[in-house]
Structures are given as C-alpha cells and as structure tokens.
Write a protein that binds this ligand. Sequence first.
Ligand code: CDP
Length: 217
Amino acid sequence: MIIAIDGPAGSGKSTISKLIAENLGITYLDTGAMYRLFTLKLLKEKVLLTDKDKINKFLENLDIDITNDRFYLDGENVSEEIRKTDISENVSKVAAIKEVREKMVDLQRKFSKSQDVIMDGRDIGTVVFPNADIKIFLVADLKERAERRYKEIIEKGQKVSFDEIYENIVNRDNLDSTREITPLRKAEDAIEIDTTGKSIEKVKNEILEICRNRNKL
Ligand code: CDP
C-alpha cells in the first residue's frame, strides 16, 4: 500500500503522516528531508548550484540515511541542522534541479518496493507514485502555516522572527509551484483537505476514514 501526502510548507504533512504511519503500522518517509540533506551537503562543500558536474558527482556518491526521526548525512546525525534557516532558504533551489529530482524520485520508488509506505512531499501523487492507493493534498491558509512553522522552530529553541518564517514560506511556495520540472500541484485524483483551523486529531481521523473506505472497495 502506498499513501501519498502532498501540499505546501506548513500544511501539516509530516505531523499527520507520522500519526497515520503509527496508526496503520506502516513506514513513513519524509521526502522533503531528502532534499534538505542534499542541500546541506552542497552548502557544506560550497558547491555553486550552477555547477552541474560537481552536483552530479555528489549525487553519485550520496550517503543519506533516514531512521525513524533521525536524519544522517555521511554517517552523521544532522536532524537539527537540516531544519535551520540556511537550508530552508536554499532547498527549493536545489529541489528544482532536474538531476537532483531524478535521483531522489528513484530512491523514493526503491524505498517502497519492499514495504507499505506513507510518503509526504510535493510530487508524490503526481510523479513518484501516480498509481498510489490513496492521494491526499493538504492545504491551509498562509498565515496559519507560517504560525505553525514559527511555533515549531521556537519550541526547538532556535531564534527566528515570524517575518523571516513567513517570507521563507512565501518564497518556497512560489519556487515550488512555478519550477519547470514537476512543480507542486494537486494530482487530479487527490482528495484535498483544508487543515486551516482543524486539529491534528481531526485531520488524522479524516484521512484514516478515507483509508478505511478505500479498503472496503
Ligand atoms: O516541511 P516543509 O513543508 O517545510 O518542507 P519539506 O517537506 O521539508 O520540503 C523542503 C523543500 O523540498 C520543499 O520546499 C521543496 O522545495 C522540496 N521538496 C520537493 O521538491 N519535492 C518533494 N517531494 C519534497 C520536498
């Protein structure tokens, strides 16, 4: 079984996906984290985003690993680093590079070969798994999405301003939905859920209900 959850930043994808995975006893893959890990690699190595040769070389030797809630780059746990501002500010530019997307999509498809999965991202229902069993597209008001993300980051003890977060979300929404290759969009057969003002519990239950109904068919 494959469940695809897509939507813009702060729409609730990862929180909800984790809960659904727990509830159904399946594996969750945060595909955004894969793009964040590679962005960290390029920043660490000071690679220009126009340097295709170097980018291809690093893609060939990519060493990333995701285990539960921990994210590893070259064997090092970088779970906190990949959520920081410099990564958020660059990840959408990295994710717009064709070769990067091809590599990540390939890894994502391989990941699902041996197990039932719920994957969240921007192109899961449209490109990675056009035949996913269930496709959900989560949306929410921009202000609420920025507030959620702000709260999340402040709770982790990082220093950021609300305006900085708001601006980053606007920029990423814009880059992600206008990029040439596989932009963020709702698959035609995806079910859209607006999570504005809704509790996590309510959204989780709505999706679980959709899963139950599908299984009855
Ligand atoms: O969690 P948040 O919504 O902040 O974003 P994320 O899921 O961590 O994804 C970070 C960035 O990776 C997005 O803004 C996209 O540019 C890119 N991404 C993508 O292009 N395709 C995916 N399947 C997942 C993420």
